[in-house]
Every structure is written in C-alpha cells, then in structure tokens.
Design a protein around this ligand. Structure first.
Ligand code: 5GP
Length: 200
C-alpha cells in the first residue's frame, strides 16, 4: 500500500451520464483539484485536444509505455475497441506534492487503483433513470449505432458494479449532483484553497 500526502479522487459512471460536464464544472469551481489526463488509443473527437482531453497515442506507443510500466492502470474499455490508461507521471508526483488528483476512469480501472490506493475517494455518478443514457448517447451524435449499443451494454454492466464505490451520486440535475460531490470532497478533507494545499 502506498501512503501519500495528497489524495486520489476517482469519478466513474456510465457513458452518457453527464460525467464530463460535472467534471468540467468541478475543476472550474475547485482549483485545488488537478485532473489526471488519461492516455488513449481512441481517435480524438472533434474539438478534443491532445494533452488536454487525453494523451492520444498510437497503439504502438501505448503498448510501448505499457511494457515500460508507465501506467498505474490501463485496460481495453468497450471490448476490443480502444485502450485507456492512467499514466504514473500524471499521478504519483502530484500526490507527493500533496495535490488532489482526479481520475475519470471506468470500473475496471477503479478496481486496479483501489488495490494500490485503497483510501482513494471513489464516486460513481449514476442516472436517475437508465433510459436517459440512451437518449443522451444518441443525442450527442458522436458514435455509430454499433458503438452506442456497445456503450449501453457496458453502461448496464457498470451500473451493476457501482457497489464497489464508496459514494454514489445521482445526476438528475447537474447543480444538485455537483453540490453532492463537493460535499463528499469536503468531508474527505479537501483543502479550502490552493495555498492551503501546499501546506498539507
Ligand atoms: P470516452 O471515450 O467517452 O472519452 O471515455 C470512455 C470511457 O473510458 C469513460 O467511461 C472513462 O471513464 C474511461 N476512461 C477514460 N480514461 C480512462 C483511463 O485512464 N483508465 C480507464 N480504466 N478508463 C478510462
């Protein structure tokens, strides 16, 4: 077990639940939180930027880094489609500096993280009604019907596995969900401001 002065916050939830919006707002409102930028072999969607949304890697580069032990967790999300992983460099140095690092990863990745960081604050965002997921995924218009079907299948499996998380937040309303997550983080000891973080 690794003990670190900072804290890991893991946020998961099925595709289409509105995690990205929540995360964007959370990071804007709480400068004490730093995001871990994941690596992925999936191609960028329109508007996504390398090094900001993800580190977009070729399969060869991803494999090279995986073989070099640079990931603290990685897996092939959505069957055989794409690889995603958390780079050690995104997490360990920041925790050592006392920072609060936020990971937005899937359930499988969370289980790996928990074996290494059992005290991570794990939050699962779930829909009030699972039917909303399909509506949001179709409304977003970024995935093919096959990709949507795969994501829904994974989403339903993830909903069944949400019991691995310490906290569960229903995203029926973004403001309410956001307030609930802030409350969880404050109860977990989130410093009030960045200056306080440095003295942890
Ligand atoms: P998207 O392709 O929509 O950006 O992300 C798909 C899924 O991959 C999300 O549900 C997200 O939680 C998961 N994901 C993103 N980054 C990582 C990562 O570094 N590790 C793992 N295990 N899952 C990730």
């Amino acid at each position: 077990m690794i003990t670190a002065p900072g804290q890991l916050v893991v946020i998961s939830g099925p595709s289409g639940v509105g995690k990205s919006t929540i995360l964007r707002r959370l990071l804007a409102d709480l400068p004490q939180l730093v995001p871990s930028i994941s690596a992925t072999t999936r191609p960028p969607r329109s508007g996504e930027q390398d090094g900001i949304d993800y580190h977009f890697l070729s399969q060869d580069e991803f494999d090279r880094r995986r073989n070099a032990g640079q990931f603290i967790e990685c897996c092939q999300v959505y069957g055989r489609e794409s690889w995603y992983g958390t780079l050690e460099d995104e997490v360990t140095p920041r925790l050592a500096r006392g920072e609060w690092v936020v990971l937005e990863i899937d359930v499988e990745g969370t289980l790996s993280i928990l074996t290494r960081y059992p005290d991570a604050v794990t939050i699962f965002v779930e829909p009030a009604d699972p039917a909303q997921l399909e509506q949001r995924l179709r409304g977003r218009g970024t995935e093919s019907p096959e990709a949507i079907a795969r994501r829904l299948e994974v989403a339903h499996r993830e909903l069944r596995e949400s019991g691995h998380y310490r906290h569960r937040v229903v995203n029926d309303n973004v403001e309410v969900a956001l307030a609930a997550i802030k409350n969880i983080l404050n109860n977990a000891g989130l410093p009030n401001d960045p200056a306080e973080k440095a003295s942890v």
